[in-house]
Design a protein around this ligand. Structure first.
Ligand code: PLP
Length: 399
């Protein structure tokens, strides 16, 4: 069956070049990088190559990169690591639209006695900078604000955020899981102190991530064990996955301009055609301050779950912010924070592309998604009401 994969913010295909780079580290070079012998030593050297490749894509120094097991671990390590190093500071600032890796951790910390301030967003998913400046205080240990949103693709003005955080003498962590590889990032001239990366969002494998920790930041390790990663993360390194992450970052640098041009054009055409062809459709999130690959659309009065099931029948993979499909009891906290009405949150669909998507993929989605929405509208009691209203409006306009 033909599969059109438009769920790249959930996970990405591992690039064939990445698979090739990883393979020998399962079969030939399986030594422990911490061993004294040359067999292990050559593996340690390859980890250093990967560290340089990861550092390069974000303009960091390799010494500032710590390998982890995933984006969630990097987020947890960043926040815990700073809180533990600054025990007298008990305040955390974050936003209401963070990924659960930060959002739920902050909720947990609030229950454990920390003070957490969650910043709201406007209807376009943007933060209010004045509000940020007002809430950061002397005892704010860390401000954790994402670089780009996984549901809407909205990009926050992270450097502007960083300037405010620095003025107030606090530390800035950013979850850049969705941004790295899609948009240029240069930490050489930046106000960011810690930054999270996840391998499987940029065509590396699952089970690997990285945390950038700026030189000079005092950091207490989250996973305590051996001396790996210069005492910043215990545990034998996942060598094949780390080698793959390095290769994926090198490739992402090469493909960055394509992401900005061809992938963005595909996304724009997809969005534009769906808006034209599907009734009562809207885009959630800022139209320009957005990742080039993501569109989050709402179709009022239809169920996101039903849309996904019918898309799935056609072989189209997407995701939704409706409660049933998001695996939680609550519908998308991101869309709710933006004030998207419940009826639209329930009918939301996220389509996220990658460099592996083709123009034919986009044609296929444009061919199949609007009829699915019309079909669901036909059987929706709300849909019928809308239609009656539309017809009445047309009749009275003619009169
Ligand atoms: N942060 C963001 C913005 C994400 O989109 C994700 C995954 O969806 C994560 C963190 C978690 O990353 P991982 O799946 O590597 O734990």
């Amino acid at each position: 069956m033909k599969v059109v994969y438009a769920d790249n913010n959930a996970t990405t295909k591992v690039a064939p070049e990445v698979v090739d780079a990883m393979a020998p580290y399962f079969t030939e070079y399986y030594g422990n990088p911490s061993s004294m012998h040359t067999f292990g030593g050559q593996v340690a050297k390859k980890i250093d190559v990967a560290r340089q490749q990861v550092a390069d894509i974000i303009g960091a120094d390799p010494a500032e990169i710590v390998f982890t097991s995933c984006g969630t671990e990097s987020d947890n390590a960043a926040i815990w690591g700073i809180l533990k190093s600054n025990p007298h500071k008990r305040h955390i600032v974050t936003s209401r639209v963070e990924h659960p890796a930060v959002y739920n951790l902050c909720k947990y910390l609030a229950q454990s006695g920390y003070h957490v301030t969650e910043l709201g967003v406007d209807s376009k998913g943007m933060l209010n900078m004045n509000e940020l400046a007002d809430v950061v205080r002397e005892d704010t240990a860390i401000v954790s604000i994402m670089y780009a949103n996984n549901e809407t693709g909205v990009i926050f003005p992270i450097e502007e955020i960083g300037h405010i955080v620095k003025e107030k003498g606090s530390i800035l962590h950013t979850d850049a899981v969705q941004a790295v590889g899609k948009i240029p990032i240069n930490l050489a001239k930046s106000t960011i102190d810690l930054l999270t990366i996840s391998g499987h969002k940029l065509h590396a494998s699952k089970g690997v991530g990285a945390l950038f920790i700026r030189k000079g930041i005092t950091f207490t390790p989250f996973i305590v064990g051996g001396h790996q990663e210069k005492n910043r993360r215990g545990g034998t390194e996942n060598v094949p996955a780390i080698v793959g992450l390095g290769k994926a970052c090198e490739l992402a640098k090469t493909y960055m301009s394509e992401e900005q041009s061809r992938v963005k054009q595909l996304r724009d055409r997809l969005e534009c055609e769906i808006l034209k062809k599907a009734p009562d459709a809207r885009v959630n999130g800022h139209k320009t301050q957005r990742l080039p690959n993501t569109t989050n659309l709402s179709f009022e009065f239809v169920e996101g779950e039903a849309i996904l099931l019918l898309l799935n029948e056609k072989g189209i993979c997407a995701s939704s912010g409706s409660a049933c499909t998001s695996g939680s009891l609550e519908p998308s906290h991101v869309l709710r924070a933006m004030g998207v009405p419940f009826t639209a949150v329930h009918g939301s669909v996220r389509l996220s592309l990658s460099r592996y998507n083709t123009s034919e993929d986009v044609d296929f989605i444009i061919e199949h998604l609007p009829p699915i929405i019309r079909r669901l509208r036909e059987i929706s009691p709300y849909g019928r009401e809308t239609k009656v209203k539309e017809q009445t409006a047309k009749v009275s306009a003619k009169v």
